[in-house]
Design a protein around this ligand. Structure first.
Ligand SMILES: Cc1cc2nc3c(=O)[nH]c(=O)nc-3n(C[C@H](O)[C@H](O)[C@H](O)COP(=O)(O)OP(=O)(O)OC[C@H]3O[C@@H](n4cnc5c(N)ncnc54)[C@H](O)[C@@H]3O)c2cc1C
Ligand code: FES
Length: 367
């Protein structure tokens, strides 16, 4: 009797799996949504291929929405307001959308499949985002797992961006990786050098894009970048500034400091860089050199677990305990943070407890 029940359950599971597969295959190969119309900001119309994501369809039209994870539905940056069409909100979108955003028709454009005409609202600044053909002109090893890469812009030859913003890099297929990948990287060069882009890229073990960059990319290679993206940039005020970074999070802060060197500033600035061991420190002399450039600037590398043989004599442990001595007026302090989500959460908590207003804490999370 019991074995009969098991057989029935197995048959039912088999049939539903088969039907689900048929549905997926039919959706993939038989459903033809043809050419669909996307109306942007009530004034611009583009014809796109139906059946693909809204993010991809717009990208084919050279309209680039931010998409830090390359369309995998894991970053939540590809938000876009749909005023008509687009179908129901998917479970994959919900974790990234607040109740207000859901009410306002905000969707993750990488999850919305174009199956008919759609109307969307996007910021005008999106139209300034371009796709750049570039050539790699320099690759430097900063540490055992961090490289600095310089790209010369070929077409278009100039980029207009704010220090702190990021680009998206397209990696090529290699080895067992059969598809291109798109990932976000903060620009580490200054906006005034607008004919090139420098990135600082840390190797993520098993990471698709960073493995390509570290093991396959060579000087002379052609690479496509899109950008600029993001709202992580220096606010034009007189407030004191705290910069905090770890790992490759140094990239946008380097761009900000080099930008400020050109335009000049008298603002009080302290830059904390957190590293695990001395082997994770890099560009230290370059950052220290800013102490001679700006009237009130301090670079503070802090090492949490230095090896005894490294003879580290600088600041030790986590960076947060050192904040009080750097913050003279919390209400008049802006913080610019960049690094892993875990570090950002801990640093934000510490800053808010010290009285720095949450609204003055700006960050880019690399997670
Ligand atoms: C706005 C923004 C700016 C960024 N700027 C930079 C930058 O300047 N320099 C830089 O090196 N990276 C930066 N990143 C991270 C970058 O976009 C990629 O996520 C990272 O390089 C990993 O890509 P991958 O294809 O090699 O790994 P994937 O193939 O995407 O991931 C492989 C595995 O590693 C995990 N993983 C993904 N990213 C990380 C990470 N950062 N640390 C640890 N584990 C990870 C994934 O969960 C997955 O399990 C930025 C991210 C954002 C959102
Ligand atoms: S591109 Fe990352 S969630 Fe859509």
């Amino acid at each position: 009797m019991i074995s009969r029940i098991f057989i029935d359950i197995a048959v039912a599971c088999g049939i539903s799996t088969f039907l689900a597969l048929v549905l997926v295959i039919a959706q993939r190969y038989l459903a033809d949504y043809g050419i669909c119309k996307v109306t942007i900001n009530k004034k611009k119309e583009v014809s796109v291929q139906g059946g693909i994501s809204l993010l991809g369809a717009l990208s084919d039209q050279q309209i680039f929405l931010p998409s830090a994870c390359g369309g995998r539905g894991s970053c939540g940056t590809c938000k876009c307001q749909l005023t008509s069409g687009g179908g129901p909100v998917l479970p994959t979108e919900k974790p990234f959308l607040s109740a207000k955003e859901l009410g306002d028709g905000i969707r993750l454009s990488c999850q919305v499949k174009v199956k008919g005409d759609i109307e969307i609202q996007i910021e005008e600044s999106i139209f300034n985002i371009r796709r750049y053909r570039t050539k790699v002109i320099d690759i430097v090893d900063y540490t055992y797992d961090i490289k600095g890469i310089t790209f010369q812009l070929i077409d278009p030859q100039r980029i207009d961006f704010k220090a702190g913003q990021y680009v998206q890099l397209e990696s090529q297929p290699y080895g067992k990786v059969k598809q291109k990948a798109v990932r976000a990287y903060s620009i580490s060069s200054k906006p005034q050098d607008n004919g090139l882009i420098q990135l600082i890229i840390r190797l993520v073990p098993e990471g698709i894009c960073t493995t390509w960059v570290h093991n396959h990319l060579k000087v002379g290679d052609e690479v496509f970048l899109t950008g600029p993206y993001g709202d992580f940039y220096i606010r034009d005020t007189e407030a004191d500034m705290i910069f905090v970074a770890g790992g490759s999070g140094k990239a946008p802060i380097k761009s900000m400091l080099e930008y400020l060197q050109v335009v000049g500033t008298k603002r009080k600035m302290t830059y904390f860089f957190g590293a695990r061991t001395c082997k994770d420190l890099y560009l230290t002399d370059e950052m220290k050199a800013f102490e001679k450039v700006f009237p009130d600037f301090k670079y503070e590398p802090v090492v949490s677990q230095p090896c005894p043989e490294e003879g580290w004599e600088g600041k030790l442990g986590y960076i947060m305990p050192y904040f009080p001595e750097a913050i003279r007026d919390p209400k008049n302090t802006e913080a610019y943070l960049c690094g892993s989500p875990g570090m950002l959460a801990a640093v934000q908590k510490a800053l808010v407890e010290l009285g720095v207003p949450q609204a003055k804490i700006y960050f880019d999370s690399f997670g």
